[in-house]
Ligand binder design. Structure first.
Ligand code: UT7
Length: 330
């Protein structure tokens, strides 16, 4: 037994901050950011929140799947930037869409979160406990970002993506995932009750409350995370392919967490696979953590690039450290 993606949805904030906008906050430039990361713009939540974007993405995914909210058995939300600590984002989504029967909880897997949420959904489906699951990745990283640190603030953006997954009779693929807590300091975010320097909060019609309800600051060893990603991601993809007896050339798309164009190009090169099989949209959205994979999946689903029967690798990597890859058949 397996699980099939039967619908996707996404939602990004209206407000767009381009690289010149970031250069007004820290000493950087459009050309430096584009060259080192492939990012040109990011969407920043001003009137939206992590939950409001999750709600919208969830509604669009249900509509795309032709599934009613009351058919959902489980809602899993991956987020590190929830509007509030409790109730969890998944319960907020349940309330917004009216999925009365669903069990709901959040999962903190950072940039690997959507892959881990899918693996969790798959395990529930394969065990026969649940049949129809909504998985959501939603983030407002602009709330956590230190807008005075050019090493991190150039990277992140806000957005949400969702997918409806249903029980399917085909054989499933076994995922591969790893964690190494001893390397957690490479990317951490801790509470720090002081201004984070993002001027948007002053113009926010909600009085800035959701942007800065708690002040958290992100710290990152950029080069360390880069080296980790270009080593572990090709390895975990090779591992998942080997585990399932699938050859790299059988894979139609490698849909990776959209962290940095150079990371994805390095992964493609190490695997000896054409970079064209690694779709990218970080130019428009930056790194949206657990939302990046479902936003890209939704774009590709809606523009017709994804076709039934295609084999796709989903791979995430990030804070924890965590990394993982899974194979799905569209
Ligand atoms: O979801 C996972 C999240 N994390 C990541 O994906 C992060 C992975 N790492 C990266 O993407 C890259 O390490 C960064 C984009 C963060 C940095 O790029 P880099 O090529 O590793 O730059 P660097 O830190 O080695 O810095 C190179 C130079 C330094 O100047 P000097 O010492 O050579 O004079 C930095 O001070 O670039 C300088 N620099 C900048 N210059 C302009 C660092 N950040 C910036 C900046 N604008 N934003």
């Amino acid at each position: 037994m397996s699980a099939r993606f039967c619908g996707t949805g996404s939602c990004v904030p209206d407000y767009v901050m381009d690289n010149d906008g970031v250069a007004e906050l820290v000493e950087t430039s459009d050309s430096w950011i584009r060259e080192r990361t492939g990012i040109a713009r990011r969407h920043i939540a001003v009137k939206e929140t992590t939950v409001s974007m999750a709600n919208e993405a969830a509604k669009r995914a249900l509509d795309n799947a032709g599934v009613l909210p009351e058919e959902l058995d489980l809602i899993l939300m991956s987020t590190i930037s929830s509007d509030v600590i409790i109730p969890c984002g998944a319960c907020e989504v349940q309330k917004a869409i009216g999925a009365d029967k669903a069990v709901c909880f959040d999962l903190n897997g950072a940039c690997t979160g959507f892959v881990l949420a899918y693996n969790t959904a798959l395990a529930y489906i394969e065990s026969g406990i649940y049949q129809t699951v909504l998985i959501v990745g939603s983030e407002s990283l602009s709330r956590l970002t230190n807008w005075k640190d050019r090493g991190t603030c150039i990277l992140f953006g806000d957005g949400a993506g969702a997918a409806v997954i249903k029980k399917d009779e085909r054989a499933s693929y076994i995922p591969a995932a790893h964690s190494d807590g001893t390397r957690g300091e490479a990317l951490l975010c801790h509470s720090k009750r002081e201004e984070n320097g993002l001027p948007l909060q002053k113009n926010d019609e909600n009085g800035g409350k959701h942007l800065n309800s708690e002040d958290y600051l992100m710290q990152m060893d950029g080069q360390g995370v880069f080296r980790f990603a270009i080593k572990q991601v090709p390895e975990v993809i090779q591992e998942v392919l080997k585990k399932n007896g699938v050859k790299p050339e059988e894979i139609d798309w490698y849909i990776l967490h959209q962290a940095n164009r150079r990371i994805l190009e390095a992964v493609a090169k190490r695997m000896g696979e054409p970079v064209e099989k690694f779709p990218m949209n970080m130019e428009e959205y930056g790194n949206t953590s657990s939302a990046s994979i479902p936003i890209l999946l939704d774009e590709m689903n809606r523009d017709g690039r994804l076709k039934r029967g295609q084999k796709i690798v989903l791979a995430g990597f990030g804070a924890g450290l965590t990394w993982g890859a899974t194979i799905i058949e569209w």
